[in-house]
Design a protein around this ligand. Structure first.
Ligand code: HEC
Length: 150
């Protein structure tokens, strides 16, 4: 099953924000960072299992991967208003390139959903391990282009 809500993100980016207050922008940055924290928490569980630091448990792994599927297929358009790039809102590390390449940002989020669906479908440790590379790659590819590195 494919999920296309990122297309809505692409369509919606740029419409939001023209009349957003500074407080609205701050909340939007916090909301998208919360999304990222949910990705990181769930990926941490999967990574620990894949590396043998945590016992493999199919139900726990499928729950974590499924959470990444769900969170990444939200309609996220309101979390990325114009005017919320790094330097525009305190704490934001989103590069201005986000707003210049909205279709690609949407495609990279969709790639994460696809990779997480592979992980969710895995029923054993080998299957999870096989899916990890694509998921980590999906995070990294987007960060490389769109997140200011520390
Ligand atoms: C579609 C692009 C994209 C994808 C996919 C993506 N990220 Fe991010 N991520 C960003 C951007 C942009 C930021 C900076 C956001 C900001 O500071 O406003 C970020 C920030 C973060 C942060 C810092 C959050 C904070 O509290 O400041 C973490 C952690 C993170 N990402 C983890 C992940 C993980 C783990 C994945 C994959 C499971 C992932 N991200 C996938 C674009 C992405």
């Amino acid at each position: 099953m494919k999920r296309f809500s990122m297309g809505l993100l692409v369509a919606g980016l740029g419409l939001v924000g023209s009349h957003a207050t500074a407080q609205d922008l701050d909340k939007a940055v916090k909301a998208r960072q919360a999304v990222m924290q949910l990705y990181a928490f769930n990926l941490g569980t999967l990574g620990a299992m894949a590396k043998g630091q945590m016992d493999y448990d199919a139900a726990v792994a499928q729950a974590a991967a499924g959470n990444i599927v769900k969170v990444s297929s939200q309609n996220q358009m309101a979390y990325w208003p114009q005017g919320s790039a790094v330097g525009e809102v305190e704490g934001s590390k989103a590069l201005p390139a986000v707003w210049e390449n909205m279709e690609d940002v949407g495609a990279k989020a969709a790639a994460l959903t696809e990779a997480a669906m592979q992980a969710e479908a895995a029923t054993d440790l080998a299957g999870l391990q096989a899916a990890m590379g694509a998921m980590g790659g999906a995070c990294g590819a987007c960060h490389k282009s769109y997140r200011q590195s520390d």
